[in-house]
Design a protein around this ligand. Structure first.
Ligand code: PBG
Length: 327
């Protein structure tokens, strides 16, 4: 056969395939999200997320050490308080569960980079991400709370804050609050493009944050939309976002690519709880190879353009990278 181009030529050996690989990955791009609860000596497995736990602060320190040893030096902390109220006051309490966790982690592991998820749903009695006006989450009434939560996390030791509430104008409000409190150097990693997604199901069990009524569609985005992602991304950059997040990651590769193309800030992708649980559950049944699927799904997010990847599989991915199974 007379063929000038034979794409298979570059696939003949692992050495060659690795040489011409288009997507390279690194442990330094991984962030591990985890959950902290009040009390002592608690380490409770989350039923819907096999292998993931809720830790009290003392136990979280051991987990952090394990992650650092695995080469993961960035964690995102979600707090689950005992006491919830209408305005989520534990989210900005000086000795709230997240604030305690941040302070303890920072004191023990100064090299651990801490990112605070800034939202209210884990802290409100009604489970919504803001202040209610009747059944509606009032945008402008919520902003001062979000800003206050961000500043209190920074004061407790957060190196970066990541608002996930989806209120309009929250990045500007947070920037002003951080600057005023002297945290000029604290970057904002905005969940600019966060869809109202069924993929968050297991997280809501983990964080006890399901809305008591209704859903989040009046603030999180409609997953039918792509151009709206551009609108959200550009708005947050204009307000001062340092990094942007697309969430979920799996099934949103087109959105990651689009946001990467239209902005000039680093783009993160959050592989959310439902993505993790689907893989774990299928693998537990023996239907798929867990490590292979995990690598392929993560690789797809990087291929789409993600610079940063949040994943409950952070440790396992780090090991897979060391073994040359991806990137
Ligand atoms: C808080 C928040 C959620 C997630 C991250 N931050 C839940 C939600 O919006 O309902 C989901 C993360 C995951 O599913 O892993 N608003």
């Amino acid at each position: 056969m007379d063929m000038a181009m034979r794409p298979r030529r570059l696939r003949t050996s692992e050495t060659l395939r690795r040489m011409v690989r288009e997507t390279r990955v690194s442990k330094s791009a991984l962030i591990y999200p985890t959950f902290v609860v009040e009390g002592q000596g608690r380490q409770e497995e989350i039923p819907s997320m096999a292998g993931q736990y809720r830790y009290s602060v003392d136990k979280l320190l051991y987990k952090a050490e394990e992650m650092l040893e695995a080469g993961i030096d960035k964690m995102m902390i979600f707090g689950i308080p005992d006491h919830k109220d209408a305005c989520g006051s534990e989210a900005y309490a000086e000795h709230g569960v997240v604030q305690q966790a941040m302070a303890a982690l920072k004191a023990r592991f100064p090299e651990l980079y801490l990112i605070g998820d800034v939202c209210m749903c884990e802290y409100t009695s009604h489970g919504h991400c803001g202040i209610l006006e009747g059944d509606y989450v009032d945008n402008d009434k919520t902003l001062p709370y979000i800003a206050r939560i961000a500043a209190s996390q920074a004061a407790a030791g957060a190196d970066m804050v990541a608002p996930s509430d989806m209120m309009d104008g929250r990045v500007a409000a947070i920037r002003a609050a951080l600057d005023e409190a002297g945290f000029v150097k604290t970057p904002i990693f905005s969940y600019a493009v966060k869809y109202a997604s069924a993929f968050y199901g297991p997280f809501r069990e983990a964080a006890d944050s399901a809305p008591a009524f209704g859903d989040r569609k009046a603030y999180q985005m409609d997953w039918h939309n792509r151009r709206e992602a551009v609108k959200e991304a550009l708005a947050d950059v204009a307000e001062g976002a340092d990094l942007l997040m697309v969430k979920p990651a799996l099934a949103y590769g087109d959105i990651i690519s689009e946001v990467k193309a239209v902005t000039d800030v680093p783009v993160g992708a959050y592989s959310v709880s439902g993505e993790y649980s689907m893989i774990k559950t299928c693998a537990a049944h023996g239907y798929v190879d867990e490590t292979a699927i995990m690598c392929e799904v993560a690789g797809a997010a990087f291929r789409a353009g993600a610079d940063v990847y949040l994943t409950y599989f952070a440790k396992e991915l780090a090991r897979a990278m060391e073994e040359g199974r991806l990137g």
